[in-house]
Design a protein. Sequence first.
Length: 275
Amino acid sequence: MSSHRESSVRRLSAPDIAARKGGLPIVCLTAYTAPMAEILDPHCDLLLVGDSVGMVVHGLPNTVGVTLEMMSLHGKAVMRGSRRAMVVVDMPFGSYEGSAEEAFANASRLMKETGASAVKVEAGETIVQNIEYLVKRGVPVMGHVGLRPQAVLVDGGFKAKGKLDHERRRILDEARATAEAGAFAVVVEGVAEGLAREITEAIGVPTIGIGASAGCDGQILVTDDMLGLFDWTPKFVRRYGDLRGQIDKAVAAYAEDVRQRRFPGPAEIYFAKAG
């Protein structure tokens, strides 16, 4: 008799997300830890273990320094904390841009080690063939076009895309090629609103917008930005909380109680039992 017990909750998969094209908008957020994944899971269709973890959690200046080991570690944590949402793990810079064989080795490693349902790659004209190679070998792939954080050193910063005609044509072509290569969804980041709508209408798989358009098939934000954990957030972020302010007040109150010997008090202290 198998010792495996089936969960009563079915985790969403790539076909489930792909089927949402033109339907109920897909809710996505980033997650890097088990406790946060547990909080987000009931509300989200897709959790992205983004390479933004390098900046958000590890304090790196950009995502270029993120490693496969980091993505695997955080991917495992998010899988432990979630039950229903599809979990997608970013492939970090340098892990998929070379040969298709190397991309498959790294993608399959991430999926085996984490148990995640798919990987995400930043698409481009040299990446399309690798996406097709992965999909044909059983790796669901989410693409990413527009502003590509892993290209920050080439672009000279995080700059919005698609304002110029030649740039619009290139991004639209990349989105089409990414979908045709077999990606089940495409993240569209930091592009002119009209271009995001054009991409959404032009491709047959869902678009997930971030700094794009409400007309996309879904939306994603970095959770820590959305919750107000940083002093500065990008233009496209709407803050739904001020956790930085709340944490600051809580820590200040704790520090004052410690200095005034008000903490710990009787409620937080163990006492010996009589006899």
